[in-house]
Design a protein around this ligand. Structure first.
Ligand SMILES: NC(=O)c1ccc[n+]([C@@H]2O[C@H](COP(=O)([O-])OP(=O)(O)OC[C@H]3O[C@@H](n4cnc5c(N)ncnc54)[C@H](OP(=O)(O)O)[C@@H]3O)[C@@H](O)[C@H]2O)c1
Length: 365
């Protein structure tokens, strides 16, 4: 994140605290909003009228939200198309309780525990331009708000064994890991899986792969984080900072055969190396660019390995429901590493930006 953007965030938080932060009337709610300033985006904590649901809509008292790398990119002003809207509400991911339903809503009732789907309008099947234009916390309103009103169709029931804080981690990172490994990658027990770093998507990938009987191999810049990864079921671990040619060690851990799946979030620095660790017939889920997006398609390598590369952009409501069924069946608990209060949202962004976390960063509302 740009330093200027981070400073703006902290100023916004301080200004709110001076105004007497927590006091608010019952008919108003608190929410953070984007306040674009030149090339970057400030966050402002504002009191707004409590929204009420219209026909087909539901009001959710949001109890927890989680951050993704995308949210930092938005505040830095470099998310591009689908980025921040003036006065828009940040964050795609949140979970809470239904507190009111509009006319004709049969999907939910008051008291139901729910999470928003990432794309409010992508329910099933292949996406369309229209459904991809409904990403929460970007084109569509986000979840960093005490109450969110949304289409009833754009919510899923959360698994019973999860707290709101745990469920708030699922919509982006959880669904992306699920789609990458199971829907597109068709992961099977015994497969080797490469996970890059110990951020949100990778740690979900680790937990899902381990639960499915696959052999997850995870990289990190930190030995302490790798120790945590082993406790979660990592088959192999490699410190990519201590071993710049980490892909060799990854391949060695597979007995030389290579990995069957890569959750490729590192981008231009990691994709060429990950391909060197890929098995014949392997699958690379192209999801991100932590080091900058890779722009060259490695045609020769993919052909030579008879491999598949898939571009993945989170997933649909049906994918989220499939993830939830798997989490419930295996009693998997997402890793919530740090939890912040609503007024401290800027500190949550700063924690995410620091890289000093494992799994997910959450804000409680
Ligand atoms: N396409 C999609 O639908 C989709 C969905 C979600 C996320 N993404 C993208 O996927 C990527 C990961 O997202 P996230 O939310 O999981 O990120 P995150 O939680 O912020 O992950 C940060 C961690 O990634 C690791 N990392 C950073 N640079 C790295 C590098 N060059 N090589 C290896 N590891 C590196 C570090 O792990 P250590 O501290 O262990 O070193 C860092 O702590 C991002 O590019 C994000 O934009 C895409």
């Amino acid at each position: 994140m740009h330093h200027q953007a981070l400073r703006s965030l902290l100023l916004a938080s301080a200004a709110f605290a001076m105004l007497g932060g927590s006091a608010h009337a019952a008919e108003t709610i608190r929410q953070w909003q984007f306040a674009p300033q030149g090339e970057t985006v400030e966050l402002a904590l504002r009191e707004v009228a409590a929204p009420t649901p219209a026909r087909g809509e539901v009001a959710v008292r949001v109890r927890a939200v989680s951050l993704n790398r995308r949210d930092l990119m938005m505040v830095a002003g470099n998310y591009g198309r689908g980025g921040t809207q003036p006065n828009g509400v940040p964050l795609s991911d949140g979970a809470g309780e239904v507190i009111a339903v509009g006319a004709d809503v049969t999907r939910f009732k008051v008291g139901d525990r729910v999470a928003g789907i990432f794309f409010e309008g992508w329910l099933d099947g292949a996406p369309t331009a229209e459904s991809l234009a409904t990403a929460r916390g970007g084109n569509a309103g986000g979840m960093l708000s005490e109450i969110v009103v949304t289409a009833a169709e754009g919510l899923v029931t959360i698994p019973e064994h999860l707290t709101f804080e745990e469920a708030a981690t699922l919509p982006c990172a959880g669904v992306t890991a699920w789609v990458s490994l199971f829907k597109r990658g068709r992961l099977e027990a015994g497969d080797f899986v490469l996970l890059e770093g110990t951020g949100g998507v990778s740690v979900f990938g680790l937990q899902l792969a381990a639960a499915a009987g696959a052999k997850p191999i995870i990289t990190s810049s930190s030995d302490a984080k790798l120790a945590r990864a082993r406790e979660l079921g990592a088959f192999g671990t490699v410190n990519y900072r201590a071993n710049p040619d980490w892909q060799r060690e990854v391949r060695a851990l597979t007995g030389g055969a290579g990995v069957d799946h890569v959750l490729e979030g590192g981008g231009q620095d990691t994709l060429p190396r990950a391909l060197q660790a890929l098995a014949y017939g392997g699958h690379v889920a192209i999801i991100g660019g932590l080091s900058g997006f890779a722009t060259d398609v490695p045609v020769g390598t993919l052909m030579g390995l008879n491999a598949t590369a898939s571009g993945i952009y989170v997933g649909s409501r049906a994918d989220f429901e499939a993830l939830n069924a798997f989490l419930a069946a295996h009693k998997i608990k997402p890793v919530v590493d740090k939890v912040f209060e609503l007024v401290d949202a800027p500190a949550a962004f700063a924690a995410m930006d620091s890289g000093e976390f494992f799994g997910k960063v959450v804000i409680r509302l």
